[in-house]
Ligand binder design. Structure first.
Ligand code: HEM
Length: 80
């Protein structure tokens, strides 16, 4: 699942760059305004997928800790 999210995030990047150039070159026109809206939505996509990717390692670490606690394994000392 996170792999798919990473792929989506990756392929949004070139789309974003092309859109950025389009937005800059149509500034002030009606088309420019529409493109800006599209860009804002794309940015939302980036922010959401980026947030998932950012949180994933912490989430996995937390889940591992939960599993270890449930299995009764002793916690590892910090730094080891
Ligand atoms: C709110 C906006 C954004 C957030 C929160 C965000 C967050 C992230 C995070 C957390 C990663 C994973 C880094 C890692 O592997 O540890 C990532 C990867 C990446 N981001 Fe973003 N990002 C944002 C916007 C953008 C934009 C605007 C671009 C390019 C136009 C971009 C391009 C990429 C690319 C190419 C990767 C590597 C993906 C891969 O591993 O294939 N991101 N981003």
């Amino acid at each position: 699942m996170t792999r798919t999210i990473r792929l989506v995030h990756r392929w949004l990047a070139p789309v974003f760059l092309v859109l950025l150039i389009a937005v800059l070159s149509t500034q002030g026109s009606a088309v420019g305004l529409t493109l800006q809206r599209v860009q804002q939505l794309l940015m939302l996509g980036f922010a959401l997928s980026g947030a998932v990717m950012f949180a994933q390692p912490y989430w996995l670490k937390w889940r591992r800790g939960q599993r270890r606690a449930a299995e009764g394994e002793p916690r590892r000392a910090a730094g080891r």
